[in-house]
Write a protein that binds this ligand. Structure first.
Ligand SMILES: *Cc1c(COP(=O)(O)O)cnc(C)c1O
Length: 403
């Protein structure tokens, strides 16, 4: 009998990628998540759903986003050819809308009236608020008070888009508490609301669902790259926070002879608390309802994490990344703050593209790899644009020093 293709075989029916994944839920939520899974498998595979999502991607999001040969950056590095998949040109300026539109469309088909989620830096909140406005759904975003203070422009965006921002004032008042708070709210309203997770993390079926919604990135890129070069890319590079933009690109190439690199944030260094390189330095553990590789204290609680890119500072990683890495299908590498900032400015200078600080990690690694692999091609997922980061970068890493 024919072997199942990778994307059909993983995750299995219980949501496992090898030993990673699953659904570790409070008893009150088990039924809800089963329902979402069943709806996703039936509705998500219906012709109408697929057709409507394709229509949205083309006419609302502005897809396909281009694949672009970064000629001047390549010449500057003097090595392998660097290509960029331009998710910075997706509506709202990053890849996140790819899965938010999918999740919101599913909510609509389920007859739900409301989207609930947490946000850290506000990027997921803004993308979800956009999707809610598009479909005319209510939207409630839980956000730590510390993050509300730090990420003011995104708070304004969410409000302008009609979302309710709920400040979370307990514990460290950041992402982890925002998740707890959003789960509580969802528990109370699970009949009329859907919880929309922001990456390939969380309990099954979210890691699968979000990967599938993001897979458009890889499907487009494969076709575009082939049309440009007549070949597959030799290497793929993407930054990994939870891992959604990376899985979006990688998923189309798992069974192809491409080297795959997930780039984690090394922050200020290798000491626990100074980075968020979960695959590089973590160990197996359960957080936020799934089993994966996480950064933990000796007592098993999640370790504090840090990165200059707030979209990357998560103490765990999507279970599929843990699986692919443990099977040696992917490489886990890391880039520190300084290297990311230099790559941020290099892309500004040589290509006229201001990247998100998250994406700058992927660019920085691609530049290193290009020096090593002089006669190969490197396809980078440029996950987002850097408008959100310019004030911070200008204040702490002035252009005079780096250009
Ligand atoms: C949120 C974000 C990321 C990190 O999320 P993943 O799920 O790892 O992709 C990366 N890049 C940008 C631009 C983001 O907004």
């Amino acid at each position: 009998m024919k072997q199942k293709p990778y994307l059909q075989a993983f995750p299995n029916a219980e949501g496992y990628f090898g030993k990673f994944g699953g659904a570790f839920l409070p008893p009150q939520l088990i039924e809800q998540f089963k329902q979402i899974e069943k709806a996703y498998l039936t509705i998500g595979n219906s012709h109408n759903f697929i057709q409507e999502l394709r229509d949205i991607r083309k006419h609302y999001q502005g897809r396909p986003t281009p694949v672009y040969y970064a000629k001047r950056l390549t010449e500057y590095v003097g090595g392998g050819r660097i290509y960029l998949k331009r998710e910075d040109l997706n509506h709202t300026g990053a890849h996140k809308l790819n899965h938010c539109m999918g999740e919101a469309l599913l909510a609509k088909y389920l007859g739900k009236e409301k989207l609930i989620a947490e946000t850290g830096a506000g990027q997921h909140g803004v993308a979800l608020a956009t999707a809610a406005a598009y479909f005319g759904l209510e939207c409630e975003i839980h956000m730590g008070e510390v993050d509300i203070e730090k990420e003011h422009p995104n708070v304004i965006r969410m409000k302008m888009l009609g979302a309710k921002v709920v400040p979370v004032s307990f514990g460290a008042k950041t992402l982890k508490e925002a998740v707890d708070s959003a789960f509580d709210a969802y528990l109370k309203e699970s009949d009329r609301a859907i919880y929309a997770i922001g990456s390939v993390v969380g309990p099954h079926p979210f890691p699968k669902m979000v990967r599938d919604f993001q897979s458009i990135v890889g499907i487009e890129a494969k076709e575009q790259f082939f049309e440009m070069t007549g070949n597959l890319p030799d290497n793929l590079v993407a930054c990994v926070g939870g891992g959604s933009n990376a899985m979006g690109l990688f998923s189309a190439f798992i069974e192809d002879p491409c080297e795959i690199y997930g780039v984690e944030p090394l922050g200020r260094g290798t000491k626990l608390g100074e980075h968020a390189a979960s695959l590089n330095y973590g160990s197996e553990g359960v957080l936020h309802g799934f089993n994966s590789i996480m950064l933990q204290n000796t007592d098993g609680t999640p370790a504090p994490v840090y990165s200059i890119a707030s979209g990357l500072d998560y103490p765990s990683v999507g279970p599929e990344h843990a699986y692919l890495f443990s099977e040696n299908r992917t490489h886990a590498v890391a880039i520190d703050d300084e290297e990311a900032i230099q790559a941020f400015y290099d892309l500004c200078k040589f290509e006229g593209i201001i990247p998100a600080l998250e994406s700058a990690h992927a660019v920085a690694y691609a530049m290193k790899l290009a020096k090593e692999k002089k006669y190969e091609s490197i396809l980078v997922n440029l996950s987002g644009r850097g408008d959100k980061d310019i004030d911070f970068v200008e204040a702490h890493y002035p252009p005079e020093k780096y250009l």
